[in-house]
Design a binder for this molecule. Sequence first.
Ligand code: GUN
Ligand code: FE
Length: 419
Amino acid sequence: MSIFALKGNIIYSESREKLCIVSNGYLVCEEGISKGVFEELPEKWKDIEVKDYGEQLIIPGLSDIHLHAPQYAFRGLGMDMELLEWLDTYTFPEESKYQDLEYAKKAYEIFVEDLKRNGTTRVCVFATIHEEATILLMDLLEQSGIKGYVGKVSMNRNSPAYLCEDTPKENVRNWLDVVKGRYRRIQPILTPRFTPSCTDDLMEDLAKLQKEYHLPLQSHLSENPSEVAWVQELEPESSCYGDAYDRLGAFGSNGKTVMAHCVYSGEEECELMKKRNVFIAHCPQSNTNLASGVAPAKKYIQQGFSIGLGSDIAGGASISILRAMADAIQASKLRWRLLDSSWEPLTFEEAFYMGTKGGGAFFGNVGSFEEGYEMDALVIDDEELRHPQDITVKDRLERMIYLSEQVRFTDIYVSGKII
Ligand code: GUN
Ligand code: FE
C-alpha cells in the first residue's frame, strides 16, 4: 500500500468562502487519495515517508475547464475582432491545419508542455474536427500525466467547407470506437462547437450518444451579443440559447455538461442551468480580449451554480489558471463599478476556489485536499518574488496569482504521482 505525506505550507478551499491554511503542515496521501491535512503527523502514520518541501507552498492542482488546444499556436495574435469575425478570420483557417498530422504534432507537443509547466492538472479541451489529430492530442496528454477530457469537435453548418463534416455522427462514433479503452487518464467528451455550427439533427444525435455512452458534453453559451442574436434567428422556436441546446437534449439532461462563457444568460437560461446542473466555465481573459463582456461570476458563485475557470485559449492568450484567477477578480471589479453594483467584486478566496475545487468538481472529487479527494498538488517555489518584510502564507498565495509568471513549480502531483 502506498502512503506518504508532503510537508509544507498547505492551502486549499473547503468552500467558496473558506480557505484552509496549515503552515508547516502534513498532507497525507494513500493510493492517490488525500487522507486530509494535519498540523502534526498523526501517530498511526509516524513511520511513513515524509517529503519535506520546507517553506514552499502546496496547493491543489489547477483545473482548466475550457480551452482549445489547436488555437494555442496563435495565442496573443488577432485580438482586434469580436467573436464571429475572429472565428472566420483567424480560428477556422488555423484549425484547418490539423488535417496535417505533422503540423498537429509540432503544435500539440508545445501545447501539452506549456499546459503542464503552468500547473494545470485537469482539463476539458476542444480539439478540431480531425480524428487523427484529436487522437494524437489525447496520446500526448495521456503521456504527460495530465488528466481530463478531450473532444473531437463536431460541426456541420455555417462553417467553411473545410471544417464542415458530411457525416458528423459517423465521425464521432468512429472516434469513440478507436479511443475506447485506450487511455487511463484521458477520456472523450462530446463537443458540438456551438449552436450556429451544428444542425438540430446533429445536436440531437450527439445528445443521444451522450446518453448511450455515458459521456460528458461541452460547448459554448451566450458569449457575445451577435452570437446570441444569431442563435435566436437560427432557432426561432427556442425561448433562449440554453433552450436551443435543451430542446435537443444537449443541456445536461443526458449527462454531465459544461458550457463556456454564460456572459448574457438571462433569468430563464440561468434557471435551466441550475436545474440541469450545467457547469459554467468562466473565461474572463477571453471575454475581455474578444470584447465579449463580463460574465456575472459573483452572482453565479453566490447563487450556488457549478462554476470553474477556463483559459479559453486562444480567446484568452494566457494558459495560466493562476492568471485566470487574477483576471476574474479584475473583471468582476470593472463589472461592479461600471455595469452592475448589485454584485460586489469576487474575493480572492472565490477566485482561488473557482480555479481549484469549483472547476475540479467537473472531474469528481478533485481540487481540494479534504479527505477523499484525489491528490493533485502543486509544490510552489515563490522565492523569485522577493520581499524585505515578513508576509503570511495567505499573502504569498494572493501575490502569486497576480504575479503568476514569476512562480516556479517544484513538483506537480496528479492522483498522488509526480508527473
Ligand atoms: N464559439 C464557437 N467556437 C468558439 C471558439 O473557438 N472560441 C470561442 N471563444 N468561442 C467560440
Ligand atoms: Fe471556447
